[in-house]
Design a protein around this ligand. Structure first.
Ligand SMILES: C[S@@+](CC[C@H](N)C(=O)[O-])C[C@H]1O[C@@H](n2cnc3c(N)ncnc32)[C@H](O)[C@@H]1O
Ligand code: SF4
Ligand code: SF4
Length: 279
């Protein structure tokens, strides 16, 4: 498979203002912190040079709570074909204008409705609805995009999903559903998903996540950074991506033979990828 770094996730912080009960990121014992402006600047300079086409401004955590969040958005403007963020939506009144002005596509995670939503993430549902309306009123065109995303957790019924669709369809540019991840497996409570079989896991060939402290993970499912190797404070992204450790990891992925204690050896996510339901 062709190897080229196309997609970069940058973790501005792994701190979060929510404590969603299903969240794998919150369960991770990784030390918490905030990325420095200097490190972000270094990453963006190199990403532009390498022609990275897709940048996501989050990994674990909630990026909009970074005290320098707006500076990061201004710095990244225009350097890549597609710049995106996934957010819990709680700070849209504060940072919405900056996101729109810098053409950053938004996916807003709303994993339930009403009391269910509040039970899972501890934030008032009505505030989320107000924040999304505020953002959509502020945006004067369909650029950047605003999508609503819900990962369907076990215990949620088809009836819950039907109500959710009535609530959220036609409010933004798209409504998306995927199953939940639990213990490196796909889990969900409804029948609607189909799965596409893959020959090998593709992440190591085009993707890199840079965590707040500069360390690198080759997989967007590795939210606890169990696979992390290399650090952009010591080497360039190009050196790490084409280095021996990454290449060895690609060989293991190609053969699907991993050391027993590696995350990949207990991962059931890569072989059958769910078809995302778009409404
Ligand atoms: C880790 S969060 C980080 C961004 C932001 N804090 C948010 O919640 O949108 C990224 C995405 O992962 C989703 N997520 C969290 N736990 C999950 C799980 N167990 N299975 C599937 N998706 C999950 C969240 O709903 C969110 O859409
Ligand atoms: S808001 Fe995002 S990062 Fe924070 S706990 Fe919820 S899913 Fe996890
Ligand atoms: S096998 Fe699983 S854990 Fe390993 S890189 Fe692929 S998706 Fe990530």
């Amino acid at each position: 498979m062709k190897t080229k770094l196309k997609s970069l996730a940058i973790e501005l912080t792994n701190n979060c203002n929510f404590k969603c009960s299903f969240c794998w990121a919150n369960k991770s014992p990784r030390p918490k912190g905030f990325m420095s402006k200097e490190l972000f600047d270094k990453i963006i300079t190199e990403a532009q040079k390498l022609g990275v086409t897709n940048i996501c401004l989050n990994f674990a955590g909630e990026s909009t709570i970074h005290p320098e969040f707006e500076w990061f958005c201004n710095r990244v403007k225009g350097i890549s074909k597609s710049i995106n963020i996934i957010t819990n939506g709680s700070n849209l009144i504060k940072v919405g204008k900056t996101l729109i002005d810098n053409n950053i596509n938004m996916t807003i995670s709303i994993n339930g409705m009403g009391n269910n939503y509040e039970k899972f993430c501890g934030y008032p549902y009505q505030n989320t609805k107000n924040n999304v309306s505020y953002l959509l009123n502020l945006r004067k065109s369909k650029v950047p995009t605003v999508k609503i995303y819900h990962h369907i957790w076990q215990g949620e019924t088809q009836e819950d999903i039907d109500k959710y669709i009535i609530e959220w369809s036609n409010k933004a540019d798209g409504l998306y559903f995927t199953p939940s991840i639990d213990n490196m497996e796909w889990k969900h409570g409804v029948e609607s998903f189909t799965f596409v079989k893959q020959r090998l896991c593709r992440f190591p060939f085009y993707y890199m996540a840079i965590l707040w402290d500069g360390s690198i993970s080759p997989c967007c499912r590795d939210i606890g950074a169990e696979l992390a190797f290399g650090n952009v404070n010591k080497n360039t992204m190009a050196e790490i991506f084409s280095g021996d450790v990454y290449n060895k990891f690609r060989e293991m992925s190609n053969a699907h033979k991993f050391e027993d204690d590696m995350l990949c050896s207990r991962c059931k996510l890569w072989e059958y990828i769910p078809t995302t339901i778009k409404i």
